[in-house]
Design a protein around this ligand. Structure first.
Ligand SMILES: Cc1ncc(COP(=O)(O)O)c(C=O)c1O
Length: 433
């Protein structure tokens, strides 16, 4: 891959200035790049190399980069200013749309990230239940807040359930025991942990599709039932799946309605947006009037809450997603890519399998299709990273742990990508034999 002097200098400066911003999950530092421009399903680096983008900014660009509806929303909203800490028309309309589409949404609050939305969901649950502990599922990611950074997808090895393992230093020790962990897709084990700890639990948080692991039939239904029986709020983290797998998210697809739900990415257009919505009686706990009434209250705001620019962009994206045929075409593109990947696995004879749904899926380098964090741990990490590198050399950019498909990837994108799958897996198979 050709790198211009300008791009090399920018990469060096980025590494000097930012500890976090360059791509580090690569065996080949030459594959690091700086984005020059982006349009639709494609990115170009500063040197002009072109990539089909399945990272999509970690998911947000479901309509591709620089979609005209997003650009138009950005052009018109500054007439009303960019933030006020007072509600605005765009935010009200977005709230109405969330309530229209998301099954659990009776009330809404608008924040600046998915991490904030899940954090506030857990706080609401703690106030409601007057208890502190949160149960999450091993391997699930719920953002960067201290409660969420426990036993997530980067955990190496496991603990004895329900003990959680911090995923970063810096989480107060006092919090380590405040998060309990259960195995995803094991209803019996999860239900028994919930039942045993019901008197300590504030809430249960789950990604309805955990990373790209789909729930087994009955799993979400069973978790819904056991939490409802004990009046423990069930939180769906739909930051990835919300508006991606369906307008109503995974809860609409699976027919399981949580008490609270966090979403963001797919309607953000790449702007900082996190949405929390849910049952009226739970969401009402965040109403500051309760302070005057001396009622238990969860503080849940910030400088950029209900930001009109973000709300306006989200409305424009939802209007596009509501158009007939969008999800059908999106699903079709994703299915062809996934099938292309499965065919490439079969043709090259490499030991691998594919999980997920058409709009977000992943390859695992192991024999049996994983169904939880521990079975996913059987995947060969070296091969995953090497596969990403080999794809990137052919102009195909994937996220570290998944392919995000947009509604605007073209037939040519699919054909090029499937060819790249065959080449990359063929080379990988040759390298490992
Ligand atoms: C399932 C899930 N929840 C929460 C988050 C955190 O969202 P954000 O990065 O907007 O804080 C992410 C981000 O990748 C996510 O995938």
């Amino acid at each position: 891959m050709e790198r211009s002097e300008k791009e090399r200098a920018l990469i060096a400066e980025a590494e000097r200035i930012f500890p976090t911003q360059t791509r580090c999950l690569t065996f080949d530092p030459e594959l690091n790049f700086v984005v020059g421009r982006a349009q639709g399903s494609h990115l170009w680096d500063v040197s002009g190399n072109e990539y089909i983008d399945y990272l999509l900014g970690s998911g947000p660009h479901v309509l591709g980069h620089a979609h005209p509806a997003v650009l138009e929303a950005l052009r018109t909203v500054p007439e009303g200013g960019t933030s006020h800490l007072i509600v605005n028309e765009h935010a009200v309309k977005l709230g109405q749309k969330i309530i229209e589409h998301v099954p659990c949404a009776e009330m809404v609050s608008l924040h600046s990230s998915g991490s904030e939305a899940t954090f506030f969901a857990m706080r609401l649950a703690r106030v409601y239940r007057k208890r502190d502990k949160i149960l999450k599922f091993e391997g699930a990611y719920h953002g960067m807040n201290d409660y969420a950074m426990m036993s997530n997808q980067w955990t190496m090895g496991g603990s004895v359930f329900p003990k959680a393992v911090p995923n970063t230093h810096g989480i107060p020790r006092a919090l380590h025991d405040q998060v309990l962990v259960a195995p995803f897709n094991d209803l019996e084990a999860a239900a028994s942990i919930i039942s045993e700890h019901r008197d300590e639990l504030a809430g249960v948080i789950v990604e309805p599709i955990q990373r790209t692991l789909v729930p087994r039939p009955g799993f979400l239904e069973g978790i819904r039932e056991v939490t409802a029986n004990f009046d423990i709020p069930l939180i769906f983290d739909e930051v990835v799946t919300g508006f991606r797998v369906a307008l109503g998210g995974a809860q609409a697809l699976c027919g399981v309605t949580p008490d609270l739900s966090a979403t963001g990415k797919a309607i953000s257009g790449g702007l900082p947006l996190g949405v929390l919505c849910g049952r009226r009686d739970l969401m009402e706990i965040a109403n500051p009037k309760r302070r005057l009434q001396m009622l238990p209250f969860s503080m849940q705001t910030g400088t950029f809450s209900s930001n009109p620019v973000c709300a306006s962009v989200a409305l424009a994206i939802i209007a596009e997603l509501e158009k007939p045929g969008v999800y059908e075409r999106w699903g079709d593109v994703g299915r062809r890519l996934r099938q292309g990947l499965r065919d490439a696995i079969a043709d090259t004879g490499i030991e691998a399998c594919v999980t997920g749904v058409p709009s977000v899926f992943e390859i695992w380098f192991c024999k049996d299709e994983p169904h939880d964090h521990r079975t996913a741990g059987a995947s060969d990490f070296y091969k995953s990273v090497r596969f990403s590198d080999l794809l990137l050399r052919q102009g195909v950019l994937k996220a570290a742990e998944k392919f995000f498909v947009s509604a605007v990837h073209t037939d040519e994108d699919v054909d090029h990508t499937v060819r790249a799958f065959h080449n990359a897996l063929g080379q990988l198979a040759d390298e490992v034999t």
